[in-house]
Design a protein around this ligand. Structure first.
Ligand SMILES: [Zn+2]
Length: 436
């Protein structure tokens, strides 16, 4: 009798405890939601909120944009194993962690992952092109074009071709379609040894001439520039202007292969008056890039001058504007690409007017280490994973992979959600910059 009573009492205690637990879960939900909303505005650069707020599957934040926030349904949080892996349409194994499920599914042909709460297929390996966002599967398609269409809506996404097992596209700071040459992205090297084809035209350019104001001055109506470089150059010109370097003029940005050919031939013809043909070509190449090797053809090279003396001149380096660029352009992702000191490596004379966009934090690190782009790309290969803390106290690491087919690259992509940028190096390699 007494025994029975105790049993009843303990089950009642258990019932109360469970009720309290469930009630407290519901009560927790309100304040957590609020804190997420607040954080979206307070600190948009904070990436890993999912760790702070365990009932949210992912929050992917970049720049000022909140990309996506998925709350894990209460039911699935309580049930735990929410992801079912199906092999040949049979439920084979269940997981509480999506990435564990993905890892298992990737090892099985004809597998798919279903969310058990609503039976939605989250991933399958039947279709060739897989779109990932951070380390989360988004969708897969048979055609690369439809995958890209879908990927455009997802910043920080990339596409893996499962048939050829390679990286084909990414959408971090810009949309990039990768080729084997990897001549894409902020960091890619272009020089006479690694030229681009005559057909190379950069995607997504902006005409600087459509944005002129007191500090954005251009010498022509046609001033196309890479869209990412455009965002940086506008803030750079503004800061220069208010810092007293107020006579700056942009005199050259994107240049087609044909235009570069004309400029090069004009230079050769001029020199032919005083030297032989071979010598004239060699000499011309030190000041006018050989067609296919100009940074102007890739939309990342910019020439500057001043209102006082329009045109390119070595004297530019001694002007207020030239000095300002020399001291400050790295903060905006630009480097002075050709200096006298590096002529042995670049083959190009001192050009204080020619800046190349390489992005943040690379420009700062190149400036700090006094490396030209050729040297810097070598440096990254030899100093993998070395942490770099920039002047804003943001921490970065750079990773090098030797091709878009690299298994290590694909594994790295699947396992990282703090990738900030993917760029080719123009020599077949890929450089990933992480920010944390
Ligand atoms: Zn130039």
């Amino acid at each position: 009798m007494r025994h029975k009573k105790r049993k009843r009492r303990s089950s009642r205690v258990l019932f109360v405890l469970i009720s309290l637990f469930v009630i407290s879960l519901f009560m927790l939900k309100g304040p957590l939601m609020k804190s997420v909303e607040a954080r979206q505005y307070i600190d948009p650069n904070e990436i890993k909120l999912s760790k702070v707020l365990p009932n949210f599957e992912a929050i992917r934040v970049w720049g000022a944009n909140v990309i996506e926030l998925k709350e894990i349904p209460l039911a699935s949080r309580l049930l735990g194993r929410n992801y079912g892996v199906y092999v040949n349409n049979h439920l084979t194994k269940e997981f509480s962690n999506y990435n564990k499920a993905l890892e298992f599914a990737l090892g099985h042909e004809d597998s798919s992952i279903k969310k058990k709460t609503d039976n939605v297929v989250l991933w399958n390996n039947y279709r060739r092109y897989v779109l990932m966002e951070g380390n989360f599967y988004i969708n897969s398609f048979e055609e690369v074009s439809s995958t890209i269409e879908y990927g455009k809506e997802h910043r920080m996404s990339y596409i893996i071709d499962q048939e050829e097992n390679k990286l084909v596209w990414s959408n971090f700071d810009r949309q990039i379609e990768f080729t084997d040459e990897t001549s894409q992205g902020d960091l890619f090297l272009i020089n006479p040894q690694y030229p681009v084809s005559s057909e190379f035209i950069p995607n997504n350019m902006v005409n600087l001439a459509n944005h002129i104001n007191s500090y954005i001055r251009v010498s022509r109506n046609d001033m196309e520039i890479d869209e990412v470089a455009f965002n940086s150059i506008t803030s750079m010109l503004k800061d220069a202007y208010y810092d007293g370097a107020d006579q700056m003029v942009v005199i050259s940005t994107y240049r087609s292969y044909q235009r570069q050919t004309t400029l090069f031939n004009n230079r050769v013809n001029f020199l032919l008056a005083s030297m032989g043909a071979d010598e004239a070509r060699r000499e011309a190449a030190t000041s006018v890039a050989i067609p296919g090797s100009s940074e102007h053809q890739i939309g990342l090279g910019v020439d500057f001058s001043t209102l006082r003396s329009m045109g390119v001149s070595q004297d530019f380096g001694d002007t207020v504007e030239g000095k300002w660029l020399n001291n400050n352009s790295w903060k905006y992702g630009f480097v002075i690409r050709y200096t006298e000191e590096k002529m042995d490596i670049t083959g190009i004379i001192d050009e204080p007017w020619h800046l190349r966009y390489v992005g943040v934090p690379h420009a700062e690190l190149m400036n700090k280490l006094n490396l030209c782009l050729e040297e810097y790309l070598e440096y990254i290969k030899n100093n993998l994973e070395e942490e770099f803390v920039d002047h804003n106290e943001d921490s970065y690491k750079m990773y090098y992979f030797d091709s878009i087919y690299s298994d290590e690259l694909l594994e790295f992509l699947y396992n990282n959600d703090n990738i900030a940028r993917i760029s080719g190096d123009g020599m077949g390699g890929i450089i990933i910059t992480t920010n944390y």
